[in-house]
Design a protein around this ligand. Structure first.
Ligand code: NDP
Length: 332
C-alpha cells in the first residue's frame, strides 16, 4: 500500500514518515530540494529504496505543483498533505501564507483527481487554528469553525490562523463539489510539542511550536515566564499516529479530528524541565513563578479521536522531557 506525504522535511512529517514505514506503507515524500530528500533517506539507512523515496515539489503554491508528484508506479492509495507555512515572519500575507496554504491544498486535490484515480483517501493537516472562535464556547470539539473573514485574515497577527481555516474549508468544498474518487479526513492539532529529528534541524531553525521550549532551556525566560499563551497542546508522535490511523480506519473518512492532549501552561513546562533536567535549573524562570494557566482556558474534548482513531495521548511530562532531550542533542 503506497502513500504520498507532502512536506516530508517538516517537524510533524518527519514523525509521520517513521509511523508510515513502521506500519509497512511504501512511502514517497515531497521535499523542496534534493538535499532535504537525501538527508531523509540517509537517516533511514535500514529502509529499502522501494519503501521510502522522495520527489521534489519546490513550491506548493504554484499552479500544477503536484501534477507530476502524484503520478507513480505502482500508483498511490493514500495522500497525506502536511506542507503549509508555519512561522511568524510575515512579509506578504497572501504570498507567504494564504497562497501556499490554500492553493497548496486545492492544488494537491486537483492533481489527485486528474492524475491519481487510485487514491482512496486524502488526509489534510489542518489545525486548532481552523476551530478556534473568539466567542468561544468553553468546551471545544471538532464541530466548531473559526469565523475569520478574508480581510481580518490579511492582518499579520491573524494570517496563519486564516491560512489554516481557508485551506481546510477549501478542501471540504472541493470534495463536496468535485465528487472525486477519494474521501477526506482532517487532523486539527493545537500547539505541537515533541522531539525534533536531529537530521533536519538546528537550534536556530527549530520548528515554530517547539521554539518556546528551546527559549526556556536557553535562559530567555530566566527572569519571568513567557507572556504568550496558547494553552492547548499535543505531542508530535500522537499527531503523526493520528494521520496514519486516519488512513487505516475506514470510518475516519469524511471526518475532522481535534487531536489534542490537554491544557498546559508555561509554568508547567518549566516545572517539568526542572524535574526531568535539574542541570538546567539556572536557565529556568523562578521556581515560584505564578501559574499562568487562566481558569478561562478552553476545555478540549478529544473523545472523537480516542474513539475513532484509538489514540492514547502522551503526558506533558513525557513530551517536554523528550523535546528537551532532542534539543540538547542538537546542541542547546
Ligand atoms: P514545519 O515548518 O516544520 O513544516 C512545514 C512543512 O511545509 C515543511 O516541510 C516546509 O518545507 C513545507 N512548506 C512550507 N511552505 C511550503 C511551500 N510553499 N512549498 C513547499 N513546501 C512548503 O511545521 P510543522 O511540521 O509544525 O507543520 C506541519 C503542518 O502542521 C502544517 O500544515 C501546519 O500548519 C500544521 N500544524 C502545526 C502545528 C504545530 O504546532 N507545529 C499545529 C497545528 C497544525 P521547508 O522546510 O523545506 O520549507
Amino acid at each position: 500500500v503506497k502513500v504520498l506525504l507532502s512536506g516530508g522535511s517538516g517537524f510533524i512529517a518527519a514523525h509521520i514518515v517513521d509511523v508510515l514505514v513502521d506500519h509497512g506503507f511504501d512511502t514517497v515524500v515531497t521535499v523542496r530540494s534534493e538535499e532535504k530528500g537525501k538527508r531523509i533517506l540517509d537517516n533511514h539507512p535500514n529502509v529499502p529504496k522501494e519503501k521510502l523515496s522522495y520527489v521534489i515539489v519546490e513550491d506548493v503554491a504554484k499552479e500544477g505543483a503536484f501534477d507530476e508528484a502524484v503520478k507513480s508506479d505502482p500508483p498511490f492509495d493514500y495522500v497525506l498533505h502536511t506542507a503549509s507555512p508555519f512561522h511568524f515572519n510575515v512579509q506578504d500575507p497572501e504570498k507567504d501564507f494564504l497562497n501556499p496554504a490554500i492553493n497548496g491544498t486545492t492544488g494537491i486535490l486537483k492533481a489527485i483527481k486528474a492524475y491519481a484515480p487510485t487514491v482512496k483517501r486524502v488526509v489534510v493537516t489542518s489545525s486548532f487554528a481552523a476551530i478556534v472562535n473568539p466567542q468561544h464556547p468553553k468546551v471545544y470539539n471538532e464541530t466548531f469553525w473559526n469565523p475569520i473573514t478574508w480581510e481580518e485574515g490579511l492582518q499579520p497577527s491573524n494570517v496563519y490562523r486564516a491560512s489554516k481555516t481557508f485551506a481546510e474549508k477549501a478542501a471540504w468544498e472541493f470534495v463536496e463539489k468535485e465528487k472525486p474518487n477519494f474521501d477526506l479526513a482532517t487532523i486539527n492539532p493545537p500547539l505541537v510539542f515533541g522531539p525534533i529529528v536531529h537530521y533536519l534541524n538546528s537550534l536556530e531553525a527549530v520548528n515554530t511550536s517547539n521554539a518556546r521550549v528551546r527559549d526556556l532551556i536557553q535562559g530567555k525566560y530566566k527572569e519571568k515566564l513567557p507572556a504568550t499563551g496558547i494553552f492547548l497542546w499535543v505531542d508530535v508522535r500522537d499527531v503523526a499516529l493520528a494521520h496514519v490511523r486516519a488512513i487505516e480506519v475506514p470510518e475516519a473518512g469524511g471526518q475532522r479530528f481535534f487531536v489534542v492532549s490537554g491544557q498546559f501552561s508555561n509554568k508547567q513546562i518549566a516545572d517539568v524541565i526542572r524535574e526531568t533536567h535539574p542541570e538546567l535549573e539556572d536557565k529556568l524562570p523562578p521556581k515560584d513563578s505564578p501559574e499562568d494557566l487562566s481558569p478561562d482556558t478552553y476545555v478540549p474534548d478529544n473523545s472523537k479521536s480516542v474513539k475513532v482513531l484509538g489514540l492514547k495521548y502522551r503526558s506533558l511530562k513525557e513530551s517536554i522531557s523528550d523535546t528537551v532531550k532532542s534539543l540538547l542533542a542538537v546542541g542547546a
